[in-house]
Ligand binder design. Structure first.
Ligand SMILES: CC(C)(COP(=O)(O)OP(=O)(O)OC[C@H]1O[C@@H](n2cnc3c(N)ncnc32)[C@H](O)[C@@H]1OP(=O)(O)O)[C@@H](O)C(=O)NCCC(=O)NCCS
Length: 420
């Protein structure tokens, strides 16, 4: 049996669509249509297919999804989607073959990391992807806040996308920058209007407006993508201008009301960066108990360790300068188990140098999960040292203090509409 791995031709895209539906079933048919024809980031070169005796039997998509790092730098990221093999061709290594090919493509494209979402994590772990936590919240409004708790000068109205989009885009970037979020998609402007992300949840429903004189001359200082559910509402994305923290209060009150409208139970749920002010304020204003759920359906893979650290290096230097820690020095050599890669960080006189030398004073053998937990600030360096202690790794206080400056804890989020 001869297998050909290649890109489809543009005229084969309708067949590719049918193969996807053959592998995943009919339910996501519309989603796949939009992925191919209504996503402005889509290009035929991102699709790899396996062909057996002239028939397309397996498919992988590497979506172009650059993501923010601490709200200030951008990591080129390849999003793996649509991994599917027709039922009668499964178990013969086609998906594995295409994923290996996708990794080579991402290396050529200069992607620093890769992301995917799955329920069969061990399958992808064999190829170097590692589970990464995503936070969801849920609460049930107990008491509706008083109207007079709405901050003066703020109001919430339905979004009018065409009119509001320029300001929404600005709020999106300010929010990511101000809260120093990682993993949020660095969206091209057109993406906001594409049918594919809209279908997945990128559909602003409400905007928070701060009045400037009259209501008509207000400025958009926040937005949310909210969808009605049987019990209340679900949020697939939200953001506010961090210089306007009262926007969160105005939004929380509007959402609480909506979740209780039409005799609904008042359940508000959704994805969130961990410890984001919105769920916190929502719970405190409505006397609700806030529940969090951590899922590990997201997986991340290092494509280029050195490049990832190089992109982060200017932010590391900024942190050293802000903390007046230019006198701190040290070096760490990260030796990653999957894919096998080595990179060294050397800190001296406030400067951070990244290399692939293998001669640092501290050598740290890490799994991809351990690396990402530190790199994306999910854990503090202190917590991280405990996670690695069972391997015999001992970090002294100075090393922990330095790692905390290089990799400060922060939150991350990947919003619903950016999926692939
Ligand atoms: C998952 C899927 C893409 C694998 O395709 P394939 O061409 O058979 O893959 P390979 O032959 O390279 O590898 C088969 C591996 O899939 C894994 N796998 C498949 N389905 C699985 C499941 N439901 N749970 C856990 N592992 C599963 C097996 O572990 C197997 O690994 P093994 O070879 O070590 O036994 C295919 O089963 C499929 O199309 N499923 C439906 C769509 C889907 O769920 N895609 C994944 C979305 S994240």
């Amino acid at each position: 049996m001869s297998v050909v791995v290649r890109n489809p031709k543009p005229e084969e895209l309708a067949t590719v669509w049918e193969v996807l539906c053959g592998a995943f079933g009919e339910e996501p048919r519309e989603r796949f249509r939009r992925q191919i024809w209504e996503d402005s980031t889509f290009a035929v070169e991102q699709i790899r297919i396996a062909e057996v005796e002239g028939k397309i039997v397996s498919h992988v998509w590497v979506a172009e999804r650059p993501v923010f790092y601490r709200g200030q730098a951008i990591l080129p990221m390849g999003g793996i989607g649509g991994v599917g093999t027709l039922p009668e061709y499964r178990g013969q290594g086609f998906a594995t073959l295409l994923l290996e090919d996708a990794i080579a493509y991402m290396e050529r494209k200069g992607h620093a990391i890769s992301m995917l979402f799955t329920g069969i994590n061990p399958f992808y772990a064999k190829l170097g992807w590692a589970d990464f936590p995503e936070w969801r919240f849920r609460l049930k409004v107990q008491n509706l806040p008083d109207e007079n708790e709405i901050p003066e000068g703020y109001f919430v109205r339905p979004c009018e996308l065409e009119k509001d989009l320029p300001e929404i885009r600005q709020v999106y970037s300010k929010h990511i920058r101000g809260l120093q979020l990682s993993l949020c998609h660095a969206r091209p402007d057109n993406f906001w209007l594409d049918g594919h992300p809209q279908y997945l949840g990128l559909k602003p429903s409400h905007v928070i407006v701060k009045e400037r004189g009259t209501r008509d001359t207000g400025q958009v200082v926040g937005y949310v993508c909210a969808f009605g559910t049987e019990q209340g509402i679900r949020l697939s994305e939200f953001a506010y201008d961090p210089e306007q923290p009262k926007a969160v209060v105005a939004l929380a009150i509007a959402l609480a009301k909506e979740a209780k409208a039409d005799d609904k139970e008042g359940v508000i749920e959704g994805i969130t960066p961990f410890m984001h002010p919105l769920p916190q304020v929502l719970a405190s204003l409505t006397d609700a108990t806030l529940w969090h759920q951590v899922s590990e359906h997201m997986m991340l893979r290092v494509i280029n360790l050195r490049q990832s650290l190089e992109i982060a290096a200017p932010l590391m230097e900024k942190n050293l300068a802000n903390a007046k820690a230019e006198n701190m020095s040290g070096s760490f050599c990260f030796s990653l188990s999957k894919p096998e890669q080595v990179a060294t960080i050397e800190v001296r006189n406030g400067k951070v140098k990244i290399s692939d030398k293998d001669s640092a004073s501290m050598k740290v053998a890490v799994t991809p999960r351990e690396f990402f937990l530190l790199f994306f600030g999910t854990v503090s360096a202190q917590q991280w040292s405990h996670l690695l202690a069972h391997k015999g790794l001992v970090l002294d206080e100075q090393q922990i203090a330095l790692l905390n400056l290089l990799f400060p804890t922060h939150s991350s989020a990947y919003w619903g509409g950016d999926h692939f």
